[in-house]
Each structure stands twice: as C-alpha cells, then as structure tokens.
Design a protein. Sequence first.
Length: 93
Amino acid sequence: MLNSYDRSFISGLPNSSKDRAIVESLLRLCQGFERHVCAEGIENFEQMAYLRDLRCDRAQGYALGRPGPGLHFDRPSTPVEIEPDIEDTFIET
C-alpha cells in the first residue's frame, strides 16, 4: 500500500514547524504500519534531504525532474482492468 503526501505539506519544509510536525507524525504512523510513503511536490534539495533523513522512501517533484509530455490513451473497445497497485510508477530515493 502507498500513501502520498500532498505538496501543501511539503512546501514549508524544513523551515515550518507546523509542516514538520504534520509530516513527521504521518511518516511515523505509516512506517509503524509498514506502509510506503511518497512525498509529492519536492522542489528543492533541502526538502529532499529532510525527508530522506526521516526515511521517507519515495519522492516526486521538480527537484527530481520536470514532468514529461502527457500520454494519450485511446478509448479501448473492451473494458480494461487497471491494477490498483501503482507503487512502481514513483521514483524511489
């Protein structure tokens, strides 16, 4: 299972004590339940280093790379089952 943190929690790191309290608490909770966490919206290396120190195991954001071109999906003629486990689509740190 994967939990993700919205960039609204990440944007104030590492300077905002409120954002630190939220992220640290949620990370400890997820780690206690052996859940993977993806921090979204990492825009600088200070944020990435802070989250790495907390053992956040997945990350995405401009600090790691700019978004690529969008994908075009053709409408399938028959229903397609999509796997609910999308962990492999995230960059691991």
